[in-house]
Design a protein around this ligand. Structure first.
Ligand SMILES: [Zn+2]
Length: 386
């Protein structure tokens, strides 16, 4: 039987006894600070150990929602491949790329939205609500369209046009917020407190982490059941890195692997709250998280505590890159690999370039860049001929 456990106090709950955060620890939460009392999903690892067969693997054993509730909308199974040309160019011999920009709505966020709509089916809820910088919103709108659900979306009015176009075409109710993602987050919480609807806010609902977990499971599967040495992950709210960590944590708990890959938290210089937290041990909001990488632009990362834990437990580290480095890396990646990644994802490439002569990475290790969003979603940020 599936259970939730509070990541702060450790209290366990049956999944239908609690919906979002730990009721005790979230009493200390107020908008403007990272979420307190984020829940993690506990599985029966002994059961999975007995049932999982590598020759005929059933990945649904790792799913927090039963497959009968899944929307009829395939997500994931995106390409994972070696990029030798680019690796040679920047001096890494075993460089790989996971292209999650090829999900149906163009970002990794489809994975979380898919599982949240499955959960909405399970609890018979027809409205799903979210705040987003753009990608989670367009992902939720897409999956809701496919599954006859209503998506209610709070989004900063500065979101890239292509992402707004997606939301409208998919038929979502879009509320543009004069303010930042953090303002949109607060308004969406108020909405679901006053009205009905399932809140899909990232980390606020524990299944958003579980949905993103599938990217990590897929890397393991596509890497022939081997664990890469390092994965570079763009970090805004800190949920994707927690999801990838959860994948390898689950694989370890079920005896399928012995070690977790080192996870590298990549942030933009101005949107660096989690990076600072990892470096100093003291949490502080990013004062002015103004970056061209809109998908990772956040002042108050909702999942800061778990993201730090993911980096530390994996023996990884964090790094920041400037907007200028991101744009250069975006162009280099596109021209050497044919992959057009949005700025947030290009930040992983910029980080790799920055780290090429550092002792933090060995140039013979298997290194994976997680590309979380398609560049076509944000063409305004591209500098032509730069
Ligand atoms: Zn708690």
């Amino acid at each position: 039987m599936l259970k939730y456990r509070c990541t702060i106090c450790g209290k366990e709950f049956k999944r239908d006894d609690v919906k979002y955060l730990c009721p005790d620890c979230s009493k200390e939460y107020k908008p403007g600070i990272p979420l307190k009392g984020v829940l993690e999903v506990l599985f029966d690892y002994e059961y999975i150990k007995k049932k999982f067969d590598k020759s005929n693997p059933d990945w649904n054993l790792f799913s927090a929602v039963e497959p009968r509730f899944y929307p009829d909308y395939p997500v994931g199974n995106t390409p994972f491949f070696r990029i030798d040309n680019f690796g040679e160019e920047i001096g890494f011999e075993n460089l790989w790329l996971k292209n999650d920009g090829l999900n149906p709505s163009g970002s990794l966020k489809d994975r979380a939205s898919f599982l949240m709509v499955a959960e909405a089916n399970r609890i018979k809820e027809n409205v799903v609500v979210t705040a987003s910088t753009g990608n989670a919103a367009s992902a939720l709108a897409a999956v809701c369209a496919a599954d006859k659900k209503k998506a209610v979306i709070f989004v900063p009015e500065s979101a890239p046009k292509a992402k707004l176009v997606q939301m409208y075409l998919y038929g979502a109710e879009v509320i543009k917020v004069k303010g930042t993602y953090d303002d949109a987050f607060r308004l969406s919480l108020e909405y679901t407190e006053k009205n009905s609807g399932l809140n899909r806010n990232t980390a606020y609902h524990p299944l958003t982490i579980e949905g993103k977990k599938t990217a990590g499971l897929e890397i393991f599967k596509q890497n022939n059941f081997k664990v890469p040495d390092v994965i570079l992950i763009p970090v805004g709210d800190g949920v994707i890195i927690s999801g990838v960590h959860k994948a390898f944590y689950n694989l370890k708990k079920t005896g399928l692997i012995e070690k977790i890959p080192r996870l590298v938290c990549v942030q933009a210089e101005k949107s660096n709250a989690i990076h600072n937290y990892i470096q100093t041990g003291i949490y502080k909001n990013a004062d002015n998280p103004d970056t061209i990488a809109d998908s990772i632009s956040v002042s108050v990362p909702s999942n800061a505590y778990l993201a730090k834990r993911a980096v530390e437990e994996s023996k990884g580290f964090s790094v920041t890159v400037s907007d200028e480095e991101i744009l250069k890396a975006q162009k280099k990646l596109a021209s050497k690999t044919g992959i057009f990644a949005e700025p947030s994802s290009s930040a992983t490439v910029a980080a790799l370039e920055k780290l090429k002569n550092s002792e933090l990475l060995n140039n013979k290790e298997q290194i994976v860049l997680l590309i979380t969003g398609n560049g076509l979603k944000d063409i305004e940020s591209v500098k032509i001929n730069s």
